[in-house]
Design a protein around this ligand. Sequence first.
Ligand SMILES: Nc1ncnc2c1ncn2[C@@H]1O[C@H](COP(=O)(O)OP(=O)(O)O)[C@@H](O)[C@H]1O
Ligand SMILES: N[C@@H](CCOP(=O)(O)O)C(=O)O
Length: 308
Amino acid sequence: MKTIKAFAPATVANVSCGFDILGFALEGMGDWVTVTERESPGLEVISIQGDGGKLPYDSDKNTCTVAIQAMIDELGINPGIEIQLEKGLPLGSGMGSSAASAVAALVAANELLGNPFQKNELLPFAIAAEKVACGAGHADNVGPSLLGGFVLIRDYHLLDVIKLPVPEELHCVLLHPHYQLNTADSRSVLRDQIPLRHATIQSGNVAGLVTGLFQGDFDLISRSLRDVIAEPYRAVLIPGFYEVREAIKAAGALGMGISGSGPTLFVLCKGSAPIPGIITAAQEVFESIGLGVDAYHSAINTRGAHIL
Ligand SMILES: Nc1ncnc2c1ncn2[C@@H]1O[C@H](COP(=O)(O)OP(=O)(O)O)[C@@H](O)[C@H]1O
Ligand SMILES: N[C@@H](CCOP(=O)(O)O)C(=O)O
């Protein structure tokens, strides 16, 4: 029986100002999915490792099977596929855990079926899985996990998705405090409407961040890492948020924001030299409030999901 294994990376969604429209992929962290043909039709998750027994095996709940089902529905076929999932990412962390599973499953299943879709054509199926996982079909985790690099979702209706350049010296530090925050819950604290002045500030920062990436202008990137739409409501769910931001900026970071819906924080910096100081500064703040934290350093992953 044919077997294919794929990897899909962790992602930082929103990148402060780009709520639901910007994200980037990380190196060295992600999920692995192995798919194997079988004779009897239907999808079945047969093993899940690394989730502490928390994830569903039901094919209408696990993002691997929801995504593959959307793909085979589009093809109008009903093949037999067994799925093995290895979670490399903590759940409800803000590192795009549900997205990485869906994307790895799609890339593996697409290969198993003889590549009926181009990589970017897999996106709608991954979005369908996100809708099941967190109640919203946002693409700012699945987009960069699939395609790699920085990704902009210019329009959801047309699914106009654009890969942005990544300045070579751009590095990321992830600070993962030891607790779980589900995306659905941290979306529920957001407001439906935003004041006009906030729309103006946010648009300026999105444009500034995109321009900064194109021009490799780190000062502009730093100035643009500002979010007046989601962060004010979500920061209160992350103890020490503003103190950590002050500390990492003093340690030479370009800026910091909530990774996706949190509780993980992402810090961007120019080059790798400031990283040890940034990690120490952040850890000191978290320690002072009695919160354990894991820190990871990552370059930006420009490759995205791939077959192993
Ligand atoms: N294969 C999967 N991997 C991760 N999460 C999954 C998976 N399938 C379903 N889920 C559900 O998705 C939710 C976690 O997703 P989410 O809150 O978006 O996490 P993250 O912030 O890490 O992306 C959990 O409720 C989990 O049960
Ligand atoms: N744009 C979404 C991103 C959620 O990312 P996750 O990694 O926390 O799932 C949001 O802000 O809700």
